[in-house]
Design a binder for this molecule. Sequence first.
Ligand code: OGA
Ligand code: MN
Length: 293
Amino acid sequence: MSIAIRQVGPCFAGEVDGLDMRQPLSHEDAAAIHAGMDRYAVLVFRDQTIDDAQQLAFTQALGPIEQAIGTSLCAAQDYRLPTTFADVSNLDKTNTPFARDDRRRLFAIGNRLWHSDSSFKATPAKYSLLHAISIPTKGGNTQFADMRAAYDALDEETKAEVQDMVCEHSQMFSRQLIGFFDFTDEERERFRPVRQCMVRTHPVTGRKSLYLSSHAGGIVGWPMPEARGYLRDLIEHATQREFVYTHKWRLGDLVMWDNRQTMHRARPFPAEQPRDMRRTTLAGDGPTVAQAA
Ligand code: OGA
Ligand code: MN
């Protein structure tokens, strides 16, 4: 049986029926998922009672994956999950929620700002796949914004202005926005900025989108305060209600999004409650600019 997709967001985002991730992915369903991603940019799969190996196998059936090494403040020996997963939970190795002032928790609060995954890497991510293992009793929604619709809604003058714009992205920029500044020298080196173009064109549909992210903290050739103000205004424009889908998590949900065409953010939830979310990530094709680093 082939899958069916029903739109659930304002201008994008679809819910998928007829797929069981415990079964091997057929070529037909893989093609339908890619086509669905090209169109909806976010796909929701309900009731997926899968383990990590099944999530990984499903992800790898869609393309080569990105490793999650060196992108958090967690030392390698403290990883709760294999490096094929980004640990988006609030849990330590013993599955205990981090203390409220734990540095790893505070760094992860950066996920509550609008962003695109791995925009701080020279080759940024293609799709992210986030699976809910445990969820808090309140809060903790994830919101998505359609960067194609946001681009389409710009006036012609702004479209021309952003067309060849190049930004500098770093996890240090997004953390500065939430008042997190205490990086070690090793972290400063590891998180040094990379360049990304502001306007991306989808390789299949040809649609243009704004490649925005709270990791963007500078525009090449612009004075810093002016760049920061401009980026802030663009994010404000791009995340208006008419471009946003809010996902309310149920256990077993797996949500897949295209980082090239959307931004997302986590919403707050009670610090003492476990929220176990595990992300696999498909690698992007390459840098978005010729001189990325
Ligand atoms: C992510 C992310 C948001 C959330 O997995 O990349 O930003 O709601 N998640 O946990
Ligand atoms: Mn993210």
